[in-house]
Design a protein around this ligand. Structure first.
Ligand code: FES
Length: 101
C-alpha cells in the first residue's frame, strides 16, 4: 500500500510505502531535503510543517519531542511541526517547509 506526500509549497509529490518515514520517501522520490544528522533525531534540519493528513501520521515519540524542545523551545510542540525523519506515514499527507529556523 502506498500513500502520497505532497510538498505544497514546492509542488513536489512522492509516493511513500505504508510506515515509511517522510524523509525517506522524499529522498527516494528525488526531493532534496535537509537532514544534517542523517535521520537520527539529533538536529531539526529535516523539520516539516504538517498541512493536511495529521491523522495519517505516527504520534510523536519522546526522542522527537526532546530534540524539538532542545533546538526550538517548548512552544514548538504546540505547532504542526515534526521531524520528517521520525514521522511515519499511514495515509496521504500534505507538508510544507517551516519558515522558522
Ligand atoms: S535529520 Fe536530523 S533530526 Fe531528522
Amino acid at each position: 500500500m502506498t500513500h502520497t506526500i505532497e510538498v505544497i509549497d514546492r509542488g513536489d509529490k512522492v509516493e511513500a510505502e505504508d510506515g515509511q518515514t517522510i524523509l525517506n520517501a522524499l529522498l527516494e522520490g528525488g526531493v532534496e531535503w535537509l537532514h544534517a544528522c542523517g535521520g537520527f533525531c539529533n538536529c531539526t534540519t529535516c523539520r516539516v510543517k504538517i498541512e493536511e493528513g495529521e491523522e495519517n501520521i505516527s504520534d510523536m515519540e519522546e526522542d522527537e519531542k526532546n530534540t524539538l524542545r532542545r533546538f526550538q523551545g517548548d512552544e514548538v510542540l504546540d505547532g504542526p511541526f515534526r521531524l520528517s525523519c521520525q514521522v511515519k506515514v499511514y495515509g496521504d499527507v500534505k507538508i510544507s517547509e517551516p519558515e522558522w529556523l
